[in-house]
Design a protein around this ligand. Structure first.
Ligand SMILES: *Cc1c(COP(=O)(O)O)cnc(C)c1O
Length: 386
């Protein structure tokens, strides 16, 4: 039997042809393909502006800059995420204020967000926050993450943000195509960010994109991705100190075809997730993904299960890998990454729910091109080993 990959992009001849078409033009960057790709996102989500960039991390970073978050500013966010969602604050010498997550979904716990707004001192890291006084005025934003393709509790987050004049950056890098109470993920905050690394729901190779309804922020982000060239600047005039965060035309052409196939690809991913669910629901000690009522559409990014405390997750993972089934612990808590511990003095036990999920969770092989037989093989092997 073929080795099962951890994840696979879902590509067809249409994508290959689109990339080849770009290669037959002289314009490999800053052309029409990026504009068309951005337009597809405006149409899909209803956003006024879409700004394509060369990674999800770059997109999040531009949002942090546009939001005016700088040295010593505080942003409430989750430690149960991919590191990029916190790193973008560190790039600007701002301070992520972590709060723990809902044990069922892994999304940021909104009761704790409220507490962190009202009692910010309690949530400051042990070290590295010397510049954070006076605290309340340093609190600038909330950065929730739509974990595993399920939107965070955005109504409550937006109500808290409105009451306290905070900006909301929605990290939807795992949730393209998901819906919260009928509204598209990414459209629920002031900014929404998507990512297109090859394991995401759709890919451009490397790539990312920001959506927003704010004209001024959109202009600023377009300038900042393009070496700081503001509208009206010539090639060698730079209003701002900018970055090169541009997406190239080959990637945009690939992405435009992927966008046209998004519903088909999401449907295939849902079928694979359903196949997993039906085969795993009766395996003792295995807990599958909980989906909130507010999630009117789940967009499956990864397939993560949790094991009962009585099962040694790491031994099981090793045994699966030895049998040719790739698996990955997911997520490793951000606050316990070496550079976070060094800068902020975090310790084990600081965010117990995040740490517990981090210890008991395992991402199984998952993609829209995975076959029913492959799902069966993974599930049977898990059941055997348990
Ligand atoms: C994938 C991802 C990103 C962005 O990743 P890039 O590799 O920079 O495109 C950001 N946040 C989360 C939660 C992600 O899963």
């Amino acid at each position: 039997m073929n080795k099962i990959p951890m994840s696979s992009p879902d590509l067809t001849d249409a994508e290959r042809q689109a990339v080849a078409d770009v290669m037959n033009t002289p314009m490999l960057s800053m052309g029409q393909y990026v504009k068309d790709f951005e337009q597809a996102f405006c149409e899909r989500t209803g956003a006024k502006h879409a700004i394509a960039v060369n990674s999800g991390t770059a997109g999040l970073h531009l949002c942090v800059r546009a939001a005016g978050i700088g040295k010593g500013d505080l942003v409430i966010t989750t430690p149960f995420s991919f590191v990029a969602s916190s790193n973008v604050m560190l790039f600007e010498n701002a301070i992520p204020i972590f709060v723990d997550v809902d044990p069922k979904t892994g999304n940021i716990d909104t009761a704790l967000v409220k507490d962190a707004i009202e009692n910010t001192e309690k949530y400051l890291p042990r070290v590295g926050a010397q510049h954070a006084a006076p605290l309340r005025s340093r609190l600038k934003a909330i950065l929730p993450v739509d974990v595993f393709g399920q939107p965070a509790n955005m109504d409550e987050i937006m109500a808290l943000a409105a009451a306290h004049n905070l900006i909301v950056i929605e990290d939807s890098c795992e949730a393209l195509g998901a819906e919260y109470k009928g509204k598209p993920a990414g459209m629920l905050g002031d900014f929404g960010v998507f990512a297109f690394y090859p394991n995401k729901q759709m890919t451009t190779g490397e790539g990312g994109l920001v959506i927003t309804n704010n004209d001024e922020h959109a202009d600023y982000m377009r300038a900042m991705r393009n070496q700081g060239r503001a509208p009206g600047d010539t090639w060698l005039t730079h209003t701002h100190l900018g970055f090169n965060y541009r997406l190239d035309e080959m990637s945009a052409a690939l992405g435009a075809v992927q966008m046209s196939r998004l519903d088909e690809m999401l449907e295939k991913r849902t079928q694979v997730a359903n196949a997993y669910e039906s085969r795993l629901q009766d395996v003792e000690g295995v807990e599958t993904q909980f989906i909130e009522k507010s999630t009117s559409k789940m967009s499956w990014f990864v397939y993560v299960v949790r094991f009962d405390k009585s099962i040694n997750r790491d031994e099981l993972a090793q045994a699966l890998i030895a049998k040719g089934i790739p698996v990955r612990p997911y997520f490793a808590p951000i606050h316990l990454q070496p550079y976070m511990v060094e800068q902020f003095g975090y310790q084990r036990g600081d965010f117990p729910i995040t740490e517990d999920l981090g210890k008991r969770s395992l991402a199984l092989p998952f993609s829209g091109v995975m076959s029913e037989e492959q799902v069966a093989q993974v599930c049977e092997t898990i059941a055997e080993l348990i």
